[in-house]
Design a protein around this ligand. Sequence first.
Ligand code: UT7
Length: 334
Amino acid sequence: MYHSKILGLGKYVPENVVTNEDLSKLMTTNDEWIQERTGIKERRHIKKGDGNSTAEMGFKAAKQAIERSEIDKKDIDLIVFATLSPDYYFPGCGVQIQEKLGIDTCPALDVRNQCSGFVYGISVADQFIKTGMYKNVLVIGSENHSGGLDMTDRSRHVSVIFGDGAGAAVLSRSNDDSKILSTHLHSEGKFIDELSLRGPSTEYWVPEIIADNPQEDIPYYPKMNGQLVFKNAIVRFSEVINEGLQHNNLTKEDIDMFIPHQANLRISQYIQQKFQLKDEQVYNNIQKYGNTTAASIPIALTEAWEDGLIQRGDLVVLAAFGSGFTWGSVIIRW
Ligand code: UT7
């Protein structure tokens, strides 16, 4: 059996910085509440006319990851695109990226697993490489949240959290000790409505939404039961990290770098404490980007790598939890 490794990483965030102070002009909120409950100081939002979209940001991140991996884009065997905010209802962003990269034909698929999307995407790529079917797989996580948030008091607990951005990784067949050791994935559909966006969809086309729904229950804005999500997140994060470690006969003492999905700084800090990790063993950047859903892990991983915080031979742990509920972990020997 073959193994995969991460060969190149890239990221892109829009230039437009939106501070907590900026949001307090749109809804009843304040910097103190947002920082205390989430750790977020600012996030990036696409600005109308700046040319960005989910696929475009994903393309910019992917281009950087491919350049850094030093492979020819023509050698990419598969594109996996994770997002909950695609440019089109259909087709998915995967084929848009293929076109933008100028790759004539190659398989491209979209992953719909929200905050766990990148972890799911890595797992899909890893399986294809392990079987020997593909050698190089491009995995992208990208989100344009800002265009679809309800910037009123009704959704202030949701809208202050999310930001826009993209990250990407090239996974390739490994010829040495550096490899993805395992991926573990889970979902629990009974919580589907606890963090969701119902429409527009085949159940809620736009005219029906307008006809059937009073202003206070608009299903085309994201809804979240924050406290329930929080409680489940800390349990599932811990479980799935332990599952990955145990699978590889490793313990928490073996972790060199933990990169959690950037859901809420309080969640990351809880996990850090539980696993008794030092500050330098956990990478957080939610303070400057907010929660970028499928993009958060690849952006954080890219920055940690750029800052020299991940060295060859390190044990790197990725873990995510989000809407679905879905969750998963990736254990990497760098
Ligand atoms: O990445 C996907 C997974 N998502 C997550 O992991 C998110 C998990 N959940 C959370 O991070 C937290 O639940 C939130 C940060 C979303 C909310 O924090 P919370 O401590 O659970 O607040 P809450 O929703 O229970 O609201 C507490 C109070 C309420 O006021 P009262 O009823 O106590 O008077 C809210 O109305 O805070 C109020 N509130 C706000 N105040 C100022 C809610 N949102 C805001 C706001 N600014 N933006």
